[in-house]
Design a protein around this ligand. Structure first.
Ligand SMILES: Nc1ncnc2c1ncn2[C@@H]1O[C@H](COP(=O)(O)OP(=O)(O)OP(=O)(O)O)[C@@H](O)[C@H]1O
Ligand SMILES: O=C(O)c1ccc[n+]([C@@H]2O[C@H](COP(=O)([O-])O)[C@@H](O)[C@H]2O)c1
Length: 214
């Protein structure tokens, strides 16, 4: 069976950077990819949009294709959305099926500050997606943890349930949700940084427009 790859994020809002790297990861890894919005992202301020609004945007973004799907399991959990809890739960469902946690290069560099970070490798492989405009060096702790785990052949991730790390050179798109929120708050229209489905209903982007904030 193909590996399951989980791409977690705040998705506040989901943008073309997310979709493009997730799509390419599914090709490079030959894996099923699920986008998984965090309920309460552990290391940042509360998102601008509510979980329901972020899910509505993800659903609109994923329309018309069958490769990327949505996993809303973290929204059913109260408190900070620690990835270790999610991976433990999923491992119970998957048996020995390979599981891959996808992280952008910036998120990966911050891994040593995550809850039980070394234990993540007991439950999943980690796929690191290149991201432009990010100057994120690895700490010594992270580099040492990765040394024996690093592989370059994606087929190796099909042979084991967890424990390896692979870097994926995806097409660089310097798009961030922060920039999109700034543009919308200024009353601008970041039409070609976002999936077109987000423009079908004008209320979808309302949480980010200054005049619509309550
Ligand atoms: N353009 C991109 N290229 C590669 N990875 C990305 C890109 N944008 C986001 N990611 C990755 O997607 C995951 C979820 O990101 P997130 O939802 O926080 O988006 P973001 O654009 O980084 O948001 P913000 O600007 O609010 O921090 C993270 O692992 C992040 O590194
Ligand atoms: O488990 C943790 O300690 C942890 C700390 C920071 C981030 N994460 C997860 O990393 C993913 C990306 O987070 P963010 O803040 O970059 O959108 C998202 O799924 C978060 O739940 C997880």
């Amino acid at each position: 069976m193909k590996p399951l790859a989980l791409f977690g994020g705040t998705f506040d809002p989901v943008h073309l950077g997310h979709l493009s790297v997730a799509w390419e990861a599914s090709e490079l890894l030959d894996a099923e990819v699920r986008l998984m919005p965090a309920n309460v992202p552990p290391h940042r301020n509360a998102p601008t949009a509510t979980p329901a609004q972020r899910v509505a945007m993800l659903n609109a973004a994923l329309q018309g294709q069958g490769r990327l799907t949505l996993d809303t399991r973290e929204l059913r959990r109260e408190g900070p959305s620690y990835t270790i809890d999610t991976l433990r739960e999923l491992r119970g469902e998957l048996g020995d099926r390979p599981l891959i946690l996808l992280l952008g290069a910036d998120a990966f560099a911050g891994l040593p500050s995550w809850q039980s970070w070394r234990e993540l490798f007991e439950y999943a492989h980690i796929g690191v997606l290149s991201r432009p405009g990010i100057d994120a060096a690895w700490s010594v702790d992270l580099a040492l943890e990765i040394l024996p785990r690093r592989v370059t052949d994606p087929r190796l991730l099909h042979e084991l349930p967890a424990g390896k790390m692979i870097e994926l050179a995806v097409t660089p798109l310097e798009i961030s949700a922060t920039r999109i929120r700034e543009l919308l708050a200024e009353g601008r229209d970041p039409r070609y940084l976002l999936p077109c489905g987000l423009f079908d209903d004008p209320s979808v982007l309302a949480p980010y427009r200054a005049k619509d904030k309550r």
